[in-house]
Design a protein around this ligand. Structure first.
Ligand code: UD1
Length: 430
């Protein structure tokens, strides 16, 4: 398994292109299953999660064409998806085990074919991650759900029926699945307490471009008027706000200055506020963000993760690494996932001063200097937090289990090298 070696101490300066958003791209790919015409997605990131989702769609019968492209100043991929007819309605264990987001095929398959067999994803490192909200909403829309031998069997007699659904939690995944089911349902569906993440807005834009009728984008009440049929469309994936936030921290933690090209400031208001309160200068431009900490003295700040537009849980680990280099104490509270401090023991091995209280809160105290060490993390964002710590640590840090990073950070080493980091990938046979 590959490793990443970093020698800390370089101030990062320059420009980084922000890629298309992984968490937008995954449901968009699945939305293509709702039509027998071609759906083309541009500004797609080159990530192992995208490859994994493409493999699942091929298994279901989708023809996929891949093109190299150049969008908004950087090299990207364009994919065209066409599912003329389904070869299988089964999302098998081997696919879902590798990537939980495979559950995004649930809504489209039930809407178009009235049947699905989906391996239940189970928990993962950051939490139990049940699917009860997805399933109970689909039941309200007329799906008969049965769970046996680790699979969800879903069946619809006739067509899905519009329903008034009130979500117990503003779940991103459930909101996407219900949207994709409701667009082809009979009648009107209302989703109350819907998630408002920008990735959902992106899905709504694609579905409407395919002929769906969805109202209420960016609000917590979505109204969907079911239509007979959807058609093909072309759509550009939004920039990845979590990747942008991660590199904003890379600028701040190294006391450098990075311009994040294509970053959308409006989707990053909570993390930008924390950076400014800490003492970092953040300039919002129309198509970029400039993060400058060159002359800054940083002060600790408290953070509580929350649903959008609150502080994103997917940036919690990265900001914890940053707080280690600030003066004073910071309290970090994780409100979304029940087990999302696995980076703490690894950061402690690098000299961090962190006290975890219960499952949800941690006090982080600034330290004089972190020191390099061999470390590893059990999830994507925690792995990036270790990279960040490595960028300022004294000596060498080796981050193991790089496959987590490859799931969500396109061209990671190239991007960091381009702004002056001393970083390399050590290839090792699996
Ligand atoms: C998505 C993101 C993930 C991010 C999370 C929260 C993708 C591919 N992943 O995950 O990176 O951390 O949003 O912003 O976009 N829950 C239930 N029952 C359900 C569904 C969810 O109890 O049926 C709970 C979860 O356990 C969690 C909370 O609701 O505690 C939020 O989960 P959800 O918004 O669904 O996250 P995901 O869509 O899985």
């Amino acid at each position: 398994m590959d490793k990443i070696k970093i020698r800390g101490g370089k101030k990062l300066e320059g420009k980084i292109y922000i890629s298309g958003a992984k968490n937008a791209a995954l449901p968009l790919i699945c939305a293509s299953l709702l039509t027998d015409e071609t759906v083309t997605l541009t500004n797609m990131p080159m990530l192992s999660d995208i490859t994994a989702m493409n493999a699942l769609l091929k298994e279901l019968g989708t023809d996929i064409d891949e093109f190299d492209d150049f969008v908004d100043g950087h090299n990207t991929k364009t994919y065209s998806y066409r599912t003329k007819e389904f070869k299988s309605l089964i999302a098998p264990y081997d696919f879902v085990r590798k990537m939980r987001a495979s559950y995004y095929v649930l809504g489209p398959l039930l809407a178009r074919e009235g049947h699905i067999e989906l391996s239940l994803p189970g928990g993962c490192a950051i939490g139990a991650r049940p699917m009860d909200i997805h399933l109970s909403a689909l039941e309200q829309m007329g799906v008969k759900i049965e769970i046996k031998q680790g699979y969800v069997y879903g069946d619809v007699q006739g067509k899905l029926k519009g329903a008034h659904i009130i979500l117990r939690i503003a779940s991103v995944g459930a909101t996407c699945n219900i949207l994709m089911a409701a667009v082809l349902a009979e009648g009107k569906t209302i989703i109350e307490n819907a998630a408002k993440e920008p990735e959902i807005g992106d899905l709504i834009d694609l579905l409407n471009a395919m002929g769906a009728k969805i109202e209420g984008k960016d609000s917590s009440v979505l109204t969907i008027y079911g239509v007979e049929k959807l058609h093909g469309a072309q759509h550009k994936v939004i920039p990845d706000r979590i990747e942008a936030g991660s590199y904003a921290v890379a600028a701040a933690i190294t006391r450098g200055r990075i311009e994040l090209l294509n970053a959308q400031a409006e989707t990053l208001q909570s993390p930008i506020k924390v950076l400014r309160d800490m003492g970092v200068t953040v300039e919002e431009k129309e198509h970029s963000l400039i993060v400058d900490a060159q002359e800054a003295t940083l002060w600790g700040q408290d953070i509580m993760t929350d649903y959008y537009p609150g502080f994103p849980t997917d940036l919690q680990a990265q900001f914890m690494a940053l707080m280690l280099t600030a003066k004073g104490a910071s309290m970090i509270t994780e409100n979304i996932w029940e087990n999302r401090f696995m980076h703490v023991p690894e950061l402690m091995r690098m000299g961090a001063n962190i006290n975890v209280h219960g499952h949800a809160s941690a006090i982080v105290r600034g330290v004089k200097q972190l020191s390099g060490a061999p470390v590893m993390a059990t999830d994507l964002r925690a792995s990036f937090a270790l990279i960040l710590a490595g960028l300022v640590a004294e000596g060498e840090t080796i981050v193991n289990r790089v496959y987590h990073l490859d799931r969500g950070y396109e061209h990671l080493e190239e991007k960091l090298k381009g702004v002056g980091a001393d970083i390399e990938r050590i290839k090792e046979p699996d």
